[in-house]
Structures are given as structure tokens and as C-alpha cells.
Design a protein around this ligand. Structure first.
Ligand code: EPU
Length: 429
């Protein structure tokens, strides 16, 4: 079993380079299926979700060539639809993008039901509603989703009942080559939706309005290859901002788009953290003294649900009682049990966590129960004096590029170790 071991209590100081955005890279990698020709994708994060996605694409007949650690060349000219291996598809939530991409390219899709972090029910009814509006018939059977369009897809209007990031991207993927005009209303506005639209437009698509709640797509005959760089990962950046705040340190966080961080920046400032923004970096400094704050997660531009567990740790370290309301996912408080092991005082009331700050935390053996929960454990471990051991770190490596290396470079005493199964807590040096 692999673990991350942290000897915490050291203020982080130095510079962190932010990688490309996981939730932008994954749809763009799958979007390459729509293109007969070479696409060079730059600034991809070196994370497990990307490697699994590339493995899926390769097994579907896409030529995949890593040019360097963060650049890949893809050529889907000879891709075969319906051939994605279910064992890999089940490891990712983002594999649902195969549905939109296969429908757009082949007029039909056959994909295993996606996996990913467990936040309770994760329906795809809105994706299906959108595909059906474009003319597809969708069935779910035996763990597979099958979508067919006997007469081909055609542009149509889609109104989402829920603001859905994946649903918005999937309909864009299906619609870019569908004749006519597709209009998506109540679309998600996340920066990675703009990133996907920009990639597709660079390939010759006509997607307009991404970043607003109305997206118009005029179908084009075909897409051509291009070179495209993924935007920086705002959630990775936010995680390091919170690590600086939690440890009372100072970090310069490079390769960011400060506008994307606004909701995080504002909350940290409310907590007493000093933040200076420039064109493509932020400097975050904290005395370690944090004030209570109330946070409600919302779709972009609201406070991101993917920063909710990390924020809970800061609330534990702050003075006073903070309220943390999760409005996107049904069940994203599973990590609270892990923080309880560290002595945190957090009560869950429905979709709100009530966090009593200032209660002393102690280092403990904890698990990364999902990706961002794992990031929260790392931040807690960095802030608390003593040795924290985190298992389940494959969850963290799904979405954070070289988190151990980046933290060590800014002074953290952190390492990844292989622990023989069953070795008791505290025996690793
Ligand atoms: N929803 C429906 N029906 C649907 C789709 C979504 O009811 O057909 C509901 C969901 O149950 C949820 C809400 O709508 O309550 C939002 O879900 P959304 O579709 O926006 O989420 P997603 O596309 O499945 C992506 C990210 C998540 C991130 C959310 C919200 C990827 C691969 N995943 O998920 O990222 O939390 O958007 O921003 O892009 C993470 O990176 O840690 C992560 C979980």
C-alpha cells in the first residue's frame, strides 16, 4: 500500500507551478475522437485520470504519442467506436465524454457506465435528455449505455433542468458536427467549458457563447487537427492557496488565471489571508490566524464544490464557528469522519457542515476517501504538528500532478512511501 507521510507544522514558502486543468484536459482528450487528423494537446497534467483516458483512446484505435511529460499528439483517423474497455471506463467519471464524442463521430455510442469519486447518486439523465433532443435513442442495459441515431443527429434546443458541467460538454461534443443549430440553455459556465469550445473552434467548429448560460453550436461538416494548450487548473491552484493559508506561509502560485480563482480569493481574504494578484500568478500569505467564514458551493462563478473539503480544513483552523453548505452534490461530506480522527469538531446537518474552529487538531492516520477529500487531508497534515499518514493516495494521484514534489519544493516535509499491508500506524520513519 502506498501512503503519503507528512511531518506538519512547517509554513510553506516558495513558488508552485500550476499544471493544466484536469477537468478541461479530459473532455478535450476525448473530443479528439471527433477529429480525423493530428491534434497536439499541450499543458496536459501528468495525472492518472489523463493516463487512463489516453489508454482508453489507444485501445479504441487512436494513435497516442507522448511528445513530452505534458504534451501529447493524438490522431483518431482510424478510431473505432464502441470499443472502449469497460474496466478502464469504470475508473473515471469523465469517460462519459465518450458518449458525446462517439455520437458526434460515428452517429452511435456504446460505453460502459462511468465511475469516479463517490458523492452519492451521480445521474446522467440530463446528458441523455440532450442526446435525445438531438435525435438519438438511448438505452441503459447490463452496465452499458447505448446511444443510436438512425437518421443522424440534427441541431436542436436543449434546456437543462440542472446546471451540469458534464452534460453541457457532452451535448457540445455531440452537436459540433450535427447539421443545423443546437442551442443549450441553462448551460454550465465553468472555464473548462470555454476551454473545450476553444479547442473545438480551433479545429474548425462553430461553438459560440461558452462561458455564458446560452451556448449556440452551428454544425460543421468535419473538424481538422490543431495544436492547443489546456488552461491552468483552478482547483489545483486553489488547493495550494489554501495550503499556504493553513500553514501560515507565503506561496507564489504561477501559471494561473486569477479571474478563475475569484470566489476562492474572496473567501480567503474574508478569513484574513493576504492575496496579491498579477497577470498570471497570485501571491498568498498568511499569518496562520484565520477568521471564521460561511461558504456555499455553487456552479461557476460561485465557490467550487471541488474546493469544499479543503475549505473545511481551513474552517477547523479558524477561530469561531463556520457554516459550509454543499449545494452541488448530495453526499460530499464523507471526509468529515477522517477529520474527526484528527480531533476536528464538525457536525453535519443535511447539506451543511457546522465547523467549530480553534479546536486543537492532532496528527493521525487518515484516508483519502476521494480526490478532493485527499487534498483536504494533505492540507490538514501540513498544518498540524506531528506525523500524518494518508492512505488511499491513488485518489489524490488521479487529479494532482506531482503533489509530493511540488510541496517538497516549498519546504514541506512530505514523502510517498510503500508500506507493507498491515504495518501499524507510526512505524514508518
Ligand atoms: N446532475 C443531474 N443529472 C445529470 C448530470 C448532473 O442531476 O444528468 C446533477 C449532479 O447529480 C450534481 C449536479 O447536477 O448534483 C452537478 O453535476 P455535474 O454534471 O456538473 O458534474 P460532473 O460533470 O459529473 C464535474 C467534475 C466534478 C465537479 C463537478 C461540478 C469532471 C470529470 N468532474 O462533474 O469534479 O465536482 O463537475 O463542478 O469534470 C473533481 O474534480 O474532484 C470532481 C468531482
Amino acid at each position: 500500500m502506498e501512503k503519503i507521510i507528512i511531518n506538519g507544522g512547517i509554513p510553506l514558502r516558495g513558488t508552485v507551478e500550476i499544471s493544466g486543468m484536469k477537468n478541461g484536459a479530459l473532455p478535450i482528450l476525448f473530443a479528439s475522437i471527433l477529429v480525423k487528423g493530428k491534434c497536439v494537446i499541450e499543458n496536459i497534467p501528468a495525472i492518472n485520470d489523463v493516463y487512463i483516458s489516453l489508454d482508453i483512446l489507444q485501445q479504441m484505435g487512436v494513435s497516442v504519442r507522448m511528445i513530452d511529460r505534458t504534451t501529447v499528439e493524438l490522431d483518431a483517423t482510424h478510431a473505432v467506436g464502441g470499443t472502449s474497455p469497460i474496466s478502464l471506463v469504470r475508473q473515471l467519471r469523465a469517460s462519459y465524454y465518450l458518449l458525446g464524442a462517439e455520437l458526434g463521430r460515428f452517429g452511435k455510442a456504446y460505453v460502459g457506465y462511468p465511475g469516479g469519486c463517490d458523492f452519492g447518486v451521480r445521474p446522467i439523465d440530463q446528458h441523455i435528455k440532450g442526446f435525445e433532443a438531438l435525435g438519438a435513442s438511448v438505452t441503459l442495459e447490463g452496465g452499458y449505455i447505448e446511444a443510436t441515431s438512425e437518421f443522424g443527429l440534427t441541431g436542436a434546443s436543449v434546456f437543462f433542468d440542472e446546471v451540469t458541467v458534464g452534460g453541457t460538454m457532452n451535448i457540445i461534443l455531440a452537436a459540433v458536427t450535427a447539421p443545423g443549430t443546437t442551442v443549450i440553455e441553462n448551460a454550465a459556465r465553468e472555464p473548462h467549458i470555454v476551454d473545450l469550445a476553444n479547442f473545438l473552434n480551433t479545429c474548425g467548429a462553430r461553438v459560440r457563447g461558452a462561458g455564458t448560460d446560452t451556448i449556440r453550436i452551428r454544425g460543421v461538416d468535419a473538424l481538422h487537427g490543431c495544436t492547443y494548450a489546456i488552461i491552468p487548473d483552478m482547483i489545483e491552484a486553489g488547493t495550494y492557496m489554501m495550503a499556504a493559508a493553513a500553514t501560515g506561509g507565503t506561496l507564489r502560485i504561477n501559471n494561473v488565471i486569477p479571474k478563475h480563482l475569484e470566489s476562492i480569493t474572496m473567501k480567503l481574504q474574508e478569513m484574513g489571508v493576504d492575496i496579491v494578484e498579477d497577470d498570471d500568478y497570485v501571491i498568498v500569505s498568511s499569518s496562520g490566524k484565520l477568521r471564521k467564514v460561511n461558504v456555499k458551493t455553487q456552479p461557476y462563478p460561485g465557490f467550487p464544490t471541488d474546493m469544499q473539503p479543503q475549505m473545511a480544513v481551513l474552517m477547523c483552523l479558524a477561530s469561531g464557528v463556520s457554516f459550509l453548505n454543499e449545494s452541488v452534490w448530495d453526499n460530499r461530506f464523507k471526509y468529515v469522519e477522517q477529520l474527526h480522527r484528527m480531533g476536528a469538531s464538525i457536525k453535519i446537518d443535511g447539506k451543511t457542515a457546522i465547523v467549530e474552529g480553534g479546536v486543537p487538531l492532532t496528527a493521525a492516520q487518515v484516508s483519502a476517501v476521494d480526490l478532493r477529500a485527499g487534498a483536504a487531508m494533505v492540507i490538514a497534515g501540513l498544518a498540524i504538528e506531528g506525523k500524518t499518514e494518508i492512505d488511499g493516495i491513488h485518489c489524490i494521484e488521479r487529479g494532482y500532478d506531482d503533489i509530493v514534489g511540488k510541496l517538497r519544493a516549498v519546504g514541506a516535509d512530505v514523502k510517498k512511501v510503500v508500506v507493507p499491508d498491515g504495518m501499524p500506524f507510526g512505524m514508518m520513519a
